[in-house]
Design a protein around this ligand. Structure first.
Ligand SMILES: Cc1ncc(COP(=O)(O)O)c(C=O)c1O
Length: 383
């Protein structure tokens, strides 16, 4: 058994970001400033997008994108039944109703056929989630959006490096929303980014992120003299700090190197687990690039004699940290009561949510860590 606990999703922090944070602290500029502007530009250019606005989370990015898209009371937004609760909560906070649809059992992404069935006169937007880093079927989803005049907001929390037919995730829709939460492929502790297709949307999101004020602190307090601001609408407090951007800039710099490392781990897991009675992630679709954000296996009690929760517990007891991404949203009491969602109406998301386990995939893992995960999974399944 492994001596020390292997933390699931531990970020890989290096000297460059440590020095950058220290430099920010020594400069005295901690809040939104030049490093946020640099991170926005670096991210925009990495993604080949038109406009990028940094925020303090992906949840904020989803919320402000929905508002900028004009989504509000009386509207419905279609999203995946297999996602983090933040996706649905952002729709609710925008005043609209989330309509969840089941996923494809192989890709675990929104099933476009089911999306088509749920489009109504109230549907204002589609909110696809590129689950685990695998791109949704954007040809079919964008065709539906065009045919029904719907806005598209991509939840790219898992999909910084994701591509589909040569195009980067987050640049298909009107908005693409990214997360720099501590476990993500670019980690800043907390943080988010919106890619917007239209300049006016990016400008409005920037204003909404800081109380609806027309000038941010960076410009108000510059040596050009104090500048008064106007409040043009009731905004939020969603701005990113330079301290977060200081980390993000260097994490983004290593994003491709880290992707290559995770790809090696992914292949090693596939090879090592191929004869075990568990379901492995399906291979990436042709002409796409998977971000390798989550490596998820399915534990079917009928095949392993072990429940998923027993597997989680056994792994933890043997010092391997694991995760669950996610239970079907219809499993949660709040949504069941508010929207009358029932797990049985989303059979694939419900089964996946009850069987899924995410194994460690951080670029921080050593080759020995990966072998420890493999040996422990083998041991737990064999018991
Ligand atoms: C699919 C998905 N959407 C949205 C979010 C929210 O991201 P954040 O924590 O940056 O608000 C997450 C975070 O885990 C996520 O996994």
């Amino acid at each position: 058994m492994r001596q020390s606990f292997l933390v699931f999703g531990a970020p890989e922090i290096q000297g460059d970001e440590i020095r950058e944070v220290v430099a920010s602290m020594e400069s005295g500029w901690l809040g939104t400033g030049p490093k946020v502007a640099r991170f926005e530009e670096d991210f925009r250019s990495y993604k080949g997008a038109s406009h990028a606005v940094a925020l303090n989370s992906c949840t904020a990015a989803l919320h402000l994108s929905l508002i900028a898209a004009g989504v509000g009371p009386g509207d419905e937004v279609i999203t995946s039944a297999l996602t983090f609760c933040a996706t649905a909560n952002a729709i609710i906070h925008a005043g609209a109703v989330p309509v969840i649809v089941d996923v494809d059992p192989v890709t675990m992404n929104l099933d476009p056929g089911l999306v088509a069935e749920r489009i109504s006169h109230r549907t204002k937007a589609l909110l696809p989630v590129h689950f685990a880093g695998r791109c949704c079927d954007m040809d079919r989803l964008m065709a539906l959006a065009e045919a029904h005049d719907l806005l598209v907001i991509e939840d790219c929390a898992h999909s910084i490096e994701t591509e589909y037919k040569g195009r980067k995730a987050g640049t298909f829709g009107d908005f693409g929303c990214f997360s720099f939460y501590v476990t993500k492929n670019v980690a800043a502790g907390e943080g988010g980014m919106v890619l917007a297709r239209r300049e006016g949307d990016a400008a409005r999101i920037k204003v909404l992120a800081l109380h609806g004020m027309t000038k941010d602190a960076w410009r108000r307090y510059s040596d050009a003299g104090y500048r008064h601001y106007q409040v043009v609408e009731a905004g939020f407090k969603y701005n990113m700090m330079d301290l977060q951007a200081a980390i993000g800039i260097h994490q983004l710099h290593r994003v491709e190197k880290n992707w290559l490392r995770r790809e090696v781990f992914w292949r090693r897991y596939n090879e090592a687990f191929k004869d075990l009675p568990i379901t492995l992630p399906s291979d990436p679709e042709p002409d796409t690039r998977h971000a390798y954000h989550l490596y998820t296996v399915l534990i079917d009690e009928d095949r392993t004699g072990l429940t998923r929760d027993a597997f989680l517990q056994a792994m933890t007891e043997l010092n391997i940290g694991v995760g669950v991404h996610y239970l079907c949203l219809a499993e949660y009491a709040f949504y069941r009561e508010r929207f009358k969602w029932q797990p049985e109406d989303y059979p694939h998301a419900t089964r996946i949510g009850r069987q899924t386990v995410s194994l460690p995939l951080s670029p921080k893992l050593t080759d020995r860590d990966v072998e420890d995960v493999i040996e422990t999974v083998g041991e737990v399944i064999a018991e």
